[in-house]
Design a binder for this molecule. Structure first.
Ligand SMILES: NC(=O)c1ccc[n+]([C@@H]2O[C@H](COP(=O)([O-])OP(=O)(O)OC[C@H]3O[C@@H](n4cnc5c(N)ncnc54)[C@H](O)[C@@H]3O)[C@@H](O)[C@H]2O)c1
Length: 493
């Protein structure tokens, strides 16, 4: 691929260099294509349209295209997005297509397709590759291709750029622009984050970087941060998410340790947080979603290509991936403590989404816990306010927590939805079988409110075993490991 020295030519070749963008957007002359109209691509397309660009959304899914053209948006958990999509679909400043021949005659092409990991935890870049091929055969001189999809450092320069070059016969840096602007926003507040978080932009030359910086500054109203290359931009994105994954793993490791030592992990973390250089992260049932669990694997894959082994990142993944199993162990122990076993008990799972107030079950850790409890012989019922009345993971989601909990022996709180902060624990306990347990996988309720409602309470990182009572007891036959201790209520504040 061409090096940055060819950039001089590109400044003259770009359809819209930085200096021409303001007028171009005001006059509705700048054409932007967004590839992939999902949780990231749809708001990106709508915001570009809002800034004055003429936007084409290209998606391989005809339903997504039809819905977008009809001004409908399936992301009901994204405040403001539905109205924005409708406004620009009706005004025809955003139109969607499944036809690549109608999609790529643009000044900027922004790739927002999925980048999951496969069963073997290897990054699956097939959608990005396919998108690059479709763009490449239609690429025109002067266009800038920006990758927003999360990819490993070096994938833009080492995979996307060469595909575009070989399919188009054009040279990156001198004849078309190549940039990375990884998406950093959080589901549930995508529009708010897009309009307030600075974007990280790395491009293959200063003229291209300046144009992309200007485009995003105008579209989002936030000053982007320009870094030296696409690989650096992608490294920033992965580093910020891996920082979280590793810190959550540390809190999970300590949570398990503290449960055994009779120490309350939340009390420790909250006290640590009073020091200026401590960044609090909290333990829980696990880490899910399209980003955090996968992003570590993108970095691991790039490191391994380079002959390095990122031990800490790998270990953090293992710890976080084991947390659903740990929560199942807690559930088993809690049921044992009220004289029951998982086998034959009814366990009500509150929350299936991978994070609060989001309608998304991608890589949710709750699924692993549900599968394990089912395999152990529990009868499961589920309630999640984002999926009321629907079927998720083969289970019918109840209409309310109370409906799901009727006749249950244990509540397992697995997602800290806002609705669950206001649970009527007394009413739930009344609707359940006597001697009921409450397992908090997300530190969502005050422990004393559960015990005063009549539950046997336990939670991740919240030991209920006073140190003097930590002698091993006979392991109940349905617990996951030998030597598991029976837990007893410990008076809590
Ligand atoms: N969802 C998030 O919270 C989030 C946050 C930050 C970054 N990201 C990253 O953004 C990227 C997109 O994620 P998403 O959550 O929007 O995905 P998504 O699954 O919500 O949407 C992806 C869309 O791309 C379409 N698509 C798939 N292959 C295509 C192709 N070859 N050409 C055109 N369209 C195609 C799909 O039909 C779908 O509509 C991923 O790399 C992801 O890691 C996601």
């Amino acid at each position: 691929m061409a090096g940055p020295s060819k950039e001089g030519n590109l400044a003259e070749t770009l359809n819209f260099p930085a200096g021409a963008l303001a007028r171009g957007l005001e006059g509705g002359k700048v054409k932007v294509t967004v590839v992939g109209l999902g949780r990231i691509g749809l708001p990106t397309a709508a915001l570009f349209a809002e800034s004055g660009a003429r936007v084409t959304g290209f998606d391989v899914d005809p339903t997504v295209v039809d819905e977008t053209n009809a001004g409908r948006c399936k992301f009901v958990d994204e405040p403001g997005l539905g109205d924005l999509v409708k406004k620009h679909a009706v005004g025809r400043t955003l139109r969607a297509t499944t036809s690549p021949d109608d999609a790529f005659d643009s000044d900027f092409i922004v790739i927002c397709v999925p980048t999951p990991v496969d069963q073997g935890k290897t990054p699956d870049y097939s959608a990005v590759r396919r998108a690059a091929e479709e763009i490449g055969v239609r690429l025109k001189r002067g266009t800038v291709v920006v990758t927003e999809s999360t990819v490993g450092p070096g994938v833009v320069e080492g995979m996307i750029g060469p595909i575009l070059e070989s399919k188009s016969g054009l040279e990156a840096t001198s004849e078309f622009g190549l940039a990375a602007c990884p998406e950093r926003s959080d589901p549930g507040k995508i529009l708010k984050d897009m309009r307030s978080l600075p974007r990280i932009i790395g491009a293959t030359g200063p003229g291209c970087a300046a144009a992309v910086v200007e485009l995003y500054r105008r579209a989002l109203g936030v000053e982007p941060i320009r870094v030296s290359s696409p690989r650096t931009a992608n490294a920033v994105k992965l580093t910020e998410n891996i920082f979280r994954d590793v810190n959550i793993a540390l809190s999970n490791e300590f949570a398990i340790l503290f449960e055994g030592l009779g120490i309350d992990a939340m009390e420790v973390i909250d006290a640590c947080a009073t020091k200026y250089n401590f960044v609090p992260h909290y333990p829980g049932i696990g880490v899910g979603g399209p980003c955090l669990p996968s992003n570590s694997y993108y970095m691991i894959a790039e490191a391994m290509k380079d002959g390095s082994i990122p031990y800490l990142v790998r270990m953090a993944r293992e710890i976080n991936d084991r947390m659903p199993e740990h929560v199942v162990e807690l559930t088993s122990q809690a049921l044992n403590a009220v004289g029951k076993t998982v086998k034959g008990s009814k366990v009500t799972v509150l929350g299936v989404a991978y994070k609060p107030d989001v309608r998304d079950v991608q890589l949710t850790p709750v699924e692993k816990a549900i599968r394990r409890l089912t395999a152990m012989g529990a009868k499961l019922s589920v309630y999640d306010p984002m999926y009321r009345g629907e079927t998720v993971m083969g289970m019918k989601v109840a209409e309310s927590a109370l409906e799901a909990a009727a006749g249950a022996d244990c509540l397992l709180l697995a997602t800290a939805h806002t609705e669950f902060k206001k649970l009527d624990l007394k009413a739930l306990s009344k609707a359940m079988n006597k001697a009921a347990a409450f397992v908090d996988g997300r530190d969502a309720v005050v422990p004393s409110s559960a015990t005063s409602a009549g539950f046997f309470y336990c939670g991740v990182g919240r030991s209920l075993v006073p140190p003097e009572r930590r002698e091993p007891t006979e392991a109940p036959n349905d617990t996951a490991g030998a030597g598991v201790r029976r837990r007893a209520p410990w008076p809590r504040p």
